[in-house]
Design a protein around this ligand. Structure first.
Ligand code: AR6
Length: 167
């Protein structure tokens, strides 16, 4: 597996699957979730509504992942995963690692070979970037997956520098 880092916008990535840092409602939000729904168009929300009407009536649990169409994005699928909110008192690292593992598992089920990840939980959910980068890179490196190309798309140069130092 090849791991690459990009300083940019995940909605512009030409990959098989783009991972969304969503929330359990799957109904959209701010940050990368807002950007993906804006650029991808209403088809993505429509697909999320169908998931909620079916198997995911209570929403998606933290650490899990599920795929929808990517709508108008230059990707085939969006894999929505729910990162944990950072906590100083409870160690939720395993849930953050699970987001990466489960996303790759869903990617495998779609036969996706290239996947773009944002730095899950490092925005609104408050996870410190350095620790998030360690968990992201370790988990992806150790994953048993057929995905060949994993791209971490970091929105700003500070986040990029942190991932670069860890890689
Ligand atoms: N491309 C790549 N990375 C981005 C982009 C983008 N277009 N936009 C933001 N980031 P966040 P979370 C970075 O807050 O912390 C939503 O409301 C951002 O700089 O998007 O997992 C959901 O609905 C940060 O480093 O996700 C949830 O309620 C990283 O993406 C909640 O936020 C993640 O920031 C999830 O919070």
């Amino acid at each position: 597996m090849r791991i690459t880092l990009v300083n940019g916008d995940i909605t512009e990535q030409r990959v098989d699957a783009v991972v969304n840092a969503a929330n359990s409602s799957l109904m959209g939000g701010g940050g990368v979730d807002g950007a993906i729904h804006r650029r991808g168009g209403p088809e993505i929300l429509e697909a999320c509504r169908k998931l909620r009407a079916g198997h995911y009536g209570k929403g998606l649990a933290t650490g899990q992942a599920v795929a929808t169409t990517a709508g108008r994005l230059p990707a085939k699928w969006v894999i929505h995963t729910i990162g944990p909110v950072y906590s100083m008192s409870v160690d939720r690292s395993e849930l953050l690692a699970s987001c990466y593992r489960e996303s790759l598992r869903v990617a495998d089920s779609l036969e996706a070979r290239s996947v773009a990840f944002p730095a899950i939980s490092t925005g609104i959910y408050g996870w410190p970037m350095d620790d998030a980068a360690r968990i992201a890179l370790d988990t992806v490196r150790q994953a048993d997956t057929s995905v060949e190309d994993v791209r971490f798309v970091l929105f700003d140069s500070a986040a990029y520098a942190v991932f670069e130092a860890r890689l």
